[in-house]
Design a binder for this molecule. Structure first.
Ligand code: ADP
Ligand code: MG
Length: 723
């Protein structure tokens, strides 16, 4: 009897080397993985056609009789192949070719009645053919395409086409289908234990695991396939929620600092700002202060579009923290750690924190891979000075430094705080519970404020950040600048370049973003990107802007190299930065006022909006040129939405509804499957999964009464946005 932990290579000992590699690439190691490798679609009955009815490039199912069956070696390379003809009930014919499908010889015979599914090609002379179609032997031909094999009406058909699996070189859909047929035995199905508690299945009318596996892999009706997919989507979101809610519950157990915030003093501090807070900022601050006064540690996510003023909120939260004393010392201050994603951003935050706090007399430190700084300097009470790392660490340990700002260097073992009250994380999707505890290394857990400008739909935020409370800054500061956004069709390119040149002449800087490349293999994708960035930079240097300094930035560069280039761009040693969308997170170069986006139609709206946010910071009018080849009305509609709206979260929501999750920035690192993503469009399902998970965790956080669930949670990698 095989168990789910059985390795696929043991269950199918005759696998060839390239098949093994292909399975590995698909992430399929055990039978469990194989069972959870779901079809992306089904070649369904609605595509059943007579040969007369087929068109080029459509995927169809046809019925007929096989004749002229021949096996031979192909012309080139001697690949084994089989050819045949198919004649359907009306006497029309179709030619068939299969490459490398030796097993066909055993299943196909001269005169066999078959159901074939594949993509039609039509030669210039009008000959129709199918290459490598799926085959299934059938007892008799259906009378016409509106009846199924057994004479029933189509929608009650007993056969519902073939599942089509995500393939990779070396493993075909067909192999997966046959493998699943072999392992999905009654015996195995009977031995399965469902990780979803039965009362939940009943409440939401979901099929059991055994039923759903059969329905998803070999459905007889579309309805069954849909129901099964719904169940697995629910299961995925539910598992993530169980995991997140448990993290959250454990965290709430830890003791924290019940901050005593003097609101009068806090308001006086806010009054030193050069602007009044927006209503949204005030609401956020109130929520944060309330959280930090409670006995368990805060875990809050602050979501706000670029420029919505998250830094000011972080500054007030820091102020509330440092005006509290550590437990062992009534005169000292609790400390704050602020982690930024890049060195340059850490430096920028160091500088803006100095501006906000200069009059308070506190000390602020900066720690990055390339050096350390301290404010104030001994000689200049209004400036900072470079200090040795050892010295800065000493001051951090003694509590002399109240706010330490840095990159990942902040969470190295050598960094030890006297008493850390608050951790602020900026655009770090990969900061988990472990890192958080590592930072404090004390019994008391610091409060956590995580901040992001990455616009994602609400259901996704509730899932990915299920362990955090959510605050949204949904109001922009008054007088916010606008980026003039223009859709530039190919024939207006020269005009747009002229406008870019005008900005360059006035001393401004420019981003040119290369088109997004879709390629399933991440290594290949990076290589292709590098190529396109290099080629575009070369073209611009040679043909368009020979008089300006052009450099490149792409994701294949090391972090250090990226930082170096950004540093140069920041210092205006580069005029034009040709980049992939890596430039999107948080970079702030006020003198860069123009962004050109090539192949704009290929990006998601939220991502385009984020890219556009790069030029929002300066005092000069900013421009965004969307170079787009607009072929369809839908594309134009999407890009028009971007011209019209400046609300990143609304744009993300709109794109998610229009095009699905594929376009959301950061999609790959979340570890949610396509099916799970599809489910996230269904707010009811997401809320149900969250509610049920919360209920189970509240009643039984160690999952003592849910051993299978506990097991499954333990065995899955939930490092969704953790390191
Ligand atoms: P982000 O949310 O992108 O981190 P920042 O905190 O950097 O935004 O703020 C963007 C700019 O807006 C900064 O220059 C900041 O000084 C300014 N700002 C923040 N809050 C307000 C406000 N309430 N009114 C006016 N300007 C503000
Ligand atoms: Mg910011």
């Amino acid at each position: 009897m095989k168990s789910l932990d059985t390795l696929v290579i043991h269950a199918f000992p005759r696998l060839k080397a390239d098949q093994k590699k292909a399975l590995e690439r698909l992430g399929i190691t055990t039978l469990h993985d194989l069972l959870y490798h779901f079809p992306t679609r089904y070649s369904d009955m609605s595509e059943v056609k007579t040969i007369q009815e087929v068109h080029a490039d459509e995927t169809v199912t046809v019925y007929g009789r096989i004749h002229n069956l021949k096996t031979k070696k192909s012309f080139k390379g001697g690949i084994p192949m089989a050819t045949a003809m198919l004649t359907d009930i009306h006497g029309d014919t179709l030619s068939l070719t299969w490459f490398r499908q030796a097993f066909l010889a055993k299943t196909l015979h001269e005169g066999s009645l078959v159901q074939l599914t594949g993509k039609i090609t039509i030669s210039t002379r009008g000959a129709r053919s199918l290459v490598n179609p799926e085959v299934q032997n059938i007892p008799h031909l259906p009378i016409d395409t509106h009846t199924s094999l057994f004479g029933e009406k189509r929608n009650e058909a007993t056969s519902f086409g073939f599942p089509v699996y995500p393939e990779t070189k070396g493993i075909t859909s067909k192999w997966i289908y046959h493998a699943l047929k072999t392992i999905l035995t009654q015996e195995l199905l009977a031995s399965l234990v469902d990780p979803i508690p039965v009362d939940i299945l009943q409440k939401y009318n979901l099929p059991t695991l055994a039923t759903a596996l059969v329905w998803v892999h070999m459905p007889k009706r579309k309805k069954d396939a849909d129901t099964a997919r719904k169940r697995f989507a629910f299961e995925e979101i539910f598992m993530i929620q169980i995991h997140k809610q448990r993290d959250r519950a454990y965290f709430r157990d830890l003791a924290s600092f019940m901050l005593d915030v003097d609101t009068d003093k806090m308001h006086a501090f806010v009054n030193t700002f050069p602007f009044p807070l927006t209503g949204a900022q005030e609401r956020a601050i109130n929520e944060i202060v309330r959280d930090m006064a409670s006995p368990y540690p805060m875990s809050r996510l602050l979501e706000g579009d670029v420029g919505s003023g998250k830094t000011a909120v972080a500054v007030v939260a820091s102020y509330a923290t440092i005006t509290n004393a550590p437990r062992d010392n009534r005169f000292g201050r609790l400390q704050v750690a602020y982690m930024a994603p890049t060195e340059i951003l850490a430096q920028q935050h160091f500088e803006s924190f100095i501006e906000y706090f200069a009059h308070t007399g506190i000390s602020i430190g900066l720690i990055t891979g390339s050096g350390c700084r301290k404010f104030p300097s001994k000689v200049d009470p209004f400036g900072w000075t470079s200090v040795s790392r050892a010295q800065l660490l000493k001051w951090t340990h003694s509590g002399e430094i109240s706010i330490l700002i840095g990159t990942h260097a902040l969470i190295q073992k050598s960094v030890s705080f006297h008493e850390l009250g608050l951790v602020i994380i900026d655009e770090q999707h990969r900061f988990g519970t472990k890192q958080r505890m590592q930072l404090s290394r004390k019994q008391h857990a610091p409060h956590l404020l995580s901040m992001t400008a990455t616009p994602i739909p609400r259901t996704l935020a509730l899932t990915l950040y299920g362990d955090l409370d959510l605050t949204i800054l949904d109001e922009m500061p008054a007088g916010r600048k606008h980026v003039i956004t223009e859709i530039t069709p190919p024939h207006k390119r020269t005009q747009a370049y002229d406008a870019v040149r005008a900005a360059l002449r006035q001393g401004r800087q420019v981003y040119i973003i290369c088109p997004r490349i879709d390629e399933p293999d991440p290594l290949k994708e990076k290589a292709l990107q590098l190529k396109s960035v290099q080629a575009e930079a070369r073209r611009l240097r040679r043909d368009v802007f020979p008089e300006y300094r052009i450099d490149i930035l792409h994701s294949k560069m090391t972090k250090q190299k990226k930082d170096e280039v950004m540093e140069k761009f920041y210092a205006h040693d580069i005029d034009i930065l040709v980049a992939t969308s890596v430039v999107e997170v948080g970079v702030n170069v006020p003198n860069a006022t123009v962004i050109v986006i090539e192949g704009a139609e290929r990006f998601g709206l939220a991502q385009l909006h984020q890219l556009r946010g790069r030029v929002l910071r300066g005092t000069y009018q900013a421009y965004c040129y969307l170079f787009a080849d607009v072929k369809t009305k839908k594309t134009l509609e999407r890009l028009d939405a971007l011209v019209a709206s400046e609300d990143g979260f609304a744009l993300a929501e709109k794109d998610f509804a229009l095009r699905g999750a594929g376009d959301l920035a950061g999609r790959k690192q979340w570890g949610i499957t396509d099916m799970g993503m599809e489910a996230l469009k269904n707010i009811k399902m997401v809320s149900a999964a969250r509610e049920e998970a919360l209920r189970i965790i509240t009643e039984d956080r160690d999952l003592e009464n849910y051993p299978i669930l506990a097991e499954k949670i333990k065995s899955q990698k939930f490092d969704i946005h953790l390191e």
